[in-house]
Design a protein around this ligand. Structure first.
Ligand code: ADP
Ligand code: MG
Length: 605
């Protein structure tokens, strides 16, 4: 089978690797380096430069040297903020709310920029093997949505690479770490790179690598730390010299490079220096910048970043139903995990020494190469299981949302649950498929509707309707409903349920938490309505039954209770409704065996 390489298409750096005969080769580029900066310089139609040389020209061509473009992959113009991403090139609105980058002589899309990076990775591999390389496994952050994954795939196609599989970066890191470990273990992958942060909880078995939970921030990385240092130095310089370096593009770029260098140095030394001779000039002549920065100051400056990292770790751990101390290992991945303050934070959160056995720059590409090798059949099969970002379920009678697949369930999965009808001789149920965390169906996001017809007529609560949710390895959801008696089935296929940005997911979760009280009230009402309907249906039947008449006092009591419940529901007076419902239930108890109390899961009507 043809060679498949593994590519880590990073926000900051990209890496290509290949697995052969039990060993991974991280392929050096034409500059001799294992990592290639994901920077593309669009100098002219004839000169498009990728990597280290482009990075060096960030200083002289800030509008044409494009970095951190991964942040804009598959994104909409209306949802981005270039300032927040710390970039200096110009973003403009393209057709259909898309993003374009104006490089002066052309407008390029983020996909085209990524394609240029991938072309460089492809040719790096081709130079190494002296033959064409056309197939790759490419990694993306766990939080990438469908659009972002599709954009990555398009970039690869433009670069002449067939994407054999897209895998999540933390899963790739786990493959790099765990393939030779036979024991079952639970690990956490803490990936803090240049542009994104992900933390994932995985269960590693001999043959199954299962992501139990994942949480991340697509706008948090070493770039943010560089920005903090940049602002600190620029403002201090402004205070001391009255010169605003931010007005001079060349000075901005020199300062950016300098602060990143200082940041990296402070990972190994405790004192460094931002040194920029001739950074500016005033009436008295050239002005130089020389600011010593020690690790203590650095740690103070980056303090605001740390709670954001901790919060994600907690989210992922809780979602996996675990405690922070439950992990066998915590893998550090991504260049920014070299920062001692970050390592200390990880140690504090997970109450253990983080595992630094992997090369943080290369682990993801190595994992992609391992997956590639699995696909060619030269390594044993390992099943990679992913998770759903939000809960999936259906609407019940009364407007309640019932969850079949909880948030962060691993996929592929298949879940089924029994439902029934709420009306006598009901032959149709509408199945409303939703995604979200709210208890009230309409507050969640609709994924699809379908109808199950031809249900065998029967009294309410008798038919057995089996609703099944199935999600395959590619994340495609299929929902079906079957009437157990007639065997009639109806279904719907939904492909885009994962199409949410991480911000959207977070928003949904926090909205759900803040609306819990409202939802409870709504649910209680819906519950009473549904159950009262069932009870009243049975009362009516008993009242009509002339063979076995009720005594007049009981007849009166039933009629009165039913009347009062209807009135109470129409007034929306909650305590009144509770009372009227309690009265119905009391009467049902008194009626004893005349009422066939059914344990029902109210069917979607
Ligand atoms: P990405 O996955 O976003 O491409 P990487 O994992 O390659 O990113 O990490 C790049 C980031 O790591 C950059 O912000 C870089 O400055 C930072 N970095 C690299 N080495 C160090 C170091 N020794 N100390 C601190 N940060 C570092
Ligand atoms: Mg990375």
């Amino acid at each position: 089978m043809e060679r498949i390489v593994g590519i880590d298409l990073g926000t900051t750096n990209s890496v290509v690797a290949y697995y052969e005969q039990g060993q991974t080769i991280v392929i050096p580029n034409s500059e001799g380096s294992h990592t290639t900066p994901s920077v593309v310089l669009f100098k002219s139609p004839e000169e498009i430069i990728v990597g280290e040389l482009a990075k060096r020209q960030l200083v002289t061509s800030p509008k044409q040297a494009i970095r951190s473009v991964k942040r804009f992959m598959g994104a909409r113009f209306s949802e981005i903020d270039g300032k927040r991403a710390g970039i200096d090139y110009d973003l403009i609105e393209g057709p259909g709310d898309s993003i374009l980058i104006d490089v002066g002589w052309a407008r390029v899309s983020p996909v085209q920029v990524s394609a240029a990076v991938l072309r460089k990775m492809k040719s790096t591999a081709e130079d190494y093997f002296s033959e064409p390389v056309t197939k790759a496994v490419i990694t993306v952050p766990a939080y990438f949505n469908d659009n972002q994954r599709a954009a990555t795939k398009s970039a690869a196609e433009i670069a002449g690479l067939e994407v054999m599989r897209i895998i999540n970066e933390p899963t790739a890191a786990a493959l790099a770490y765990g393939l030779d470990k036979q024991v079952n273990q639970r690990i956490s992958v803490f990936d803090f790179g240049g542009g994104t942060f992900d933390v994932s909880v995985l269960e590693l078995d001999k043959d199954v690598f299962e992501v139990k939970a994942t949480c991340g921030d697509t706008f948090l990385g070493g770039d943010n730390i560089d920005e903090i240092l940049f602002v600190y130095v620029a403002e201090r310089f402004l205070r001391e010299t009255s010169i605003d370096l931010r007005l001079d593009p060349q000075a901005v770029q020199r300062l950016r490079e300098a602060v990143e260098k200082v940041k990296c140095e402070l990972s190994t030394t405790t004192e460094s220096l931002v040194s920029l001779p001739f950074i500016s000039a005033n009436a008295a002549g050239p002005v130089h910048l020389n600011y010593p920065i020690n690790r203590k100051l650095f740690n103070e400056l980056i303090q605001p970043i740390l709670p954001r990292l901790e919060e994600c770790c907690n989210f992922a751990t809780v979602d996996a139903g675990l405690n922070a101390s439950d992990f066998k290992s915590v893998l550090l991945v991504g260049g920014s995990t070299r920062i001692p303050a970050v390592q200390n934070l990880v140690r504090d959160i997970f109450k253990q020494e983080p595992n630094r056995s992997l090369n943080p720059d290369e682990a993801v590409a190595v994992g992609a190469a391992i997956q590639a090798s699995i696909m060619t059949g030269s390594l044993r099969e390992v099943l990679l299981l992913d998770v759903t970002p939000l809960s999936l379920g259906i609407e019940l009678a009364g407007g309640m949302f019932t969850v079949l697949v909880p948030r962060n369930s691993s996929i592929p999965t298949s879940v089924h649950k029994h439902f029934t009808t709420v009306k006598d001789n009901q032959t149709t149920v509408k199945v409303h498929v939703l995604q979200g965390e709210r208890k009230v169906a309409t507050e969640n996001h609709t994924l699809g509707h379908f109808k199950l017809t031809n249900i065998t007529p029967a009294p309410s609560g008798i038919p057995e309707i089996n609703v099944r949710f199935q999600i395959d390895a590619n994340g495609i959801l299929q929902v079906s409903a079957t009437d157990a008696t007639s065997g009639t089935t109806s279904s719907v296929t939904i492909e885009s349920y994962g199409n949410l940005s991480q911000q959207e997911v977070e928003q949904v979760i926090s909205m759900a938490a803040s609306s819990a009280d409202d939802d409870r009230l709504f649910l209680r009402k819906a519950y009473m309505r549904t159950h009262a309907d069932v009870l009243m249906g049975q009362f009516r039947k008993i009242l009509q039954d002339t063979k076995d008449p009720l005594d007049p006092a009981m007849t009166m009591a039933l009629k009165e209770a039913m009347f009062k419940f209807d009135i109470a529901m129409s007034t929306k007076d909650f305590p009144e409704i509770e009372m009227a419902f309690a009265r119905l239930k009391d009467l049902a108890n008194e009626m004893g065996e005349r009422i066939i109390m059914q344990q029902i899961d109210p069917g979607s009507g």
